[in-house]
Design a protein around this ligand. Structure first.
Ligand code: NAD
Ligand code: G6P
Ligand code: MN
Length: 444
């Protein structure tokens, strides 16, 4: 029997990730047959820089697939089965401000961790809810796979404000780390492992790494990570990663030392070694600058070349496991594969000794009706304490957005582990309010 064909809209069509997602979608037509691919953005000029190339990528694979790039929500969201959402409200120049405002006050400047992530959260909520509403209005049966950052805060907002919407919040970081873990363990593929993992987004730990025969690989991997972080043997011999990501992968060696019975998410370096992060960052040139000077330039120039030549032949677009994960999740929903995947979902007892209403990142079984979270049992005091502080911070950000509350946002910033005092929190808040006038609700 022929498989049903799906129709997909990419929200944030002008994102640097759009071309690789489009390319990965059409490279997987055997698993996920498509009838339509739509790009939707609220910045026409930016999206147009990528749209022609994306159309060529699609049509070269299968001219029968309809392609559309639009800034009209009705056109974009009509007759859609899946929305892949990766918007960045305020775009990369606002990310630059998130990072620099914090760093100039000696605090971690990062897009999802610390005060920068919280400022970004206050910008993202509206944009994500708006896209959910378009989807529900024009294609009420569609699923949204949302990986717009900061995923933890966005996920709390979707839980609270759109509890019945078909939205799944996800992150690719565990997938990237799992590929490194598989390499370190001597396996070819992360899918050759059985894992257990729990935490919050960008804030979690693996408690089990086994091969398919049930052999425990975790101690061996921990020994490697203690010395080399998640830098694999191949990467040591022939480094491919950007310097800032290598540093993050390497720093995992100090993060793992705090609990060598588990393997940590790399993002914990921002919370556990924030002094180190601040010392090693340059407040005049942050990750946003690096992204604008590398990924953004590379992707836009590759797309320009593809559009000018009318073919993808001879042009280079990098494809990472980020896009593969998103296709895997779409396939699981479309064809009921019951694949086990890490998602950001309401806890509801999955972590036994943790708040029921916290959004946690845990393994779930994914099929046509959505996801079924797996029980993770009780977690230790160290992780529980860290997670409680962080989840309180994330909830207070959403409270501040909901209630237009200056006080709640001040409490949120004070609660964040990267912020040293209420005084610094207040200074940061006033700076962020000034920078985000166009995007934040007015706080009273
Ligand atoms: P980008 O700035 O290149 O692209 C984002 C696009 O979203 C822009 O074209 C912008 O105009 C558009 N946009 C903003 N508000 C919108 C709205 N309300 N409706 C429609 N479109 C809107 O950003 P990028 O670096 O490519 O990243 C895109 C997003 O994906 C970011 O949020 C990033 O953090 C996230 N991301 C998440 C993961 C994850 O694991 N969760 C992984 C990679 C990227
Ligand atoms: C990881 C994280 C994402 C983040 C991405 C890109 O994949 O999981 O949440 O957006 O890295 O970060 P970068 O600094 O390269 O834009
Ligand atoms: Mn992420």
């Amino acid at each position: 029997m022929e498989k049903r064909k799906s129709s997909v809209v990419i929200a944030g069509g002008g994102s640097t990730y759009t071309p690789e997602i489009v390319a990965t979608l059409v490279n997987n037509l055997d698993r996920l047959p498509l009838r339509k691919v739509v790009l939707y953005d609220n910045d026409e000029e930016r999206q147009n820089k990528l749209a022609k190339a994306c159309e060529i990528i699609v049509k070269e694979k299968d001219p029968a697939i309809e392609f559309l790039a639009t800034v009209d929500p009705k056109e974009a969201y009509t007759d859609i089965d899946f929305c892949l959402a990766h918007i960045r409200v305020g775009q990369l120049p606002m990310r630059e401000l998130d990072e620099k405002i914090a760093l100039r006050r000696g605090v971690v400047g990062q897009e999802t961790c610390g005060p920068g992530g919280m400022a970004y959260g206050m910008r993202s909520i509206d944009g994500v809810l708006e896209n959910i509403d378009y989807m529900e209005k024009y294609s009420p049966n569609a699923w949204m796979l949302n990986y717009s950052n900061p995923a933890a805060i966005v996920a709390e907002a979707t839980r609270r404000f759109r509890p019945n919407s078909k939205v799944i919040n996800i992150c690719d970081m565990p997938i990237g780390i799992e590929q490194a873990i598989a390499d370190i363990a001597g396996l070819n593929d992360r899918k050759d492992m059985d894992i257990r993992y729990y935490g919050l987004n960008h804030f979690g730990w693996w408690t089990k790494i086994e091969d398919k025969d049930g052999t425990d690989l975790l101690p061996k991997v921990v020994e490697w990570v203690k010395k080399n972080g998640y830098i694999t043997k191949d990467e040591i011999e022939d480094p491919q990663s950007e310097a800032s990501w290598s540093d993050t992968y390497m720093k995992a060696k100090d993060v793992v030392a705090l609990d060598p019975t588990t393997l940590p998410n790399t993002y914990l370096k921002y919370y556990l070694y924030s002094d180190y992060v601040v010392e090693h960052d340059n407040p005049e040139y942050t990750r946003a600058n690096e992204v604008m000077d590398t990924r953004e330039k590379d992707v836009f120039s590759a797309c320009k070349q593809i559009a000018e030549r009318g073919t993808t032949k001879g042009s280079y677009l990098e494809i990472t496991n980020h896009a593969t994960f998103i296709v895997d999740l779409t396939v699981a929903l479309a064809f009921n594969t019951k694949e086990r995947m890490l998602l950001i979902v309401e806890n509801n007892g999955a972590i036994e000794n943790f708040s029921a209403d916290a959004m946690v990142e845990i393994p779930c079984i994914v099929g046509k009706d959505g996801y079924e979270p797996l029980a993770m049992g009780k977690i230790p005091t160290f992780q529980k304490g860290l997670m409680e502080q962080q989840v309180a911070c994330e909830k207070l950000v959403v409270d501040a957005w909901e209630e237009n509350s200056y006080l709640k946002m001040w409490q949120a910033l004070t609660m964040n582990k990267c912020v040293p005092s209420a005084k610094v929190a207040k200074d940061l808040l006033d700076d962020y309010i000034e920078a985000n006038k166009e995007y934040w609700p007015e706080l009273k």
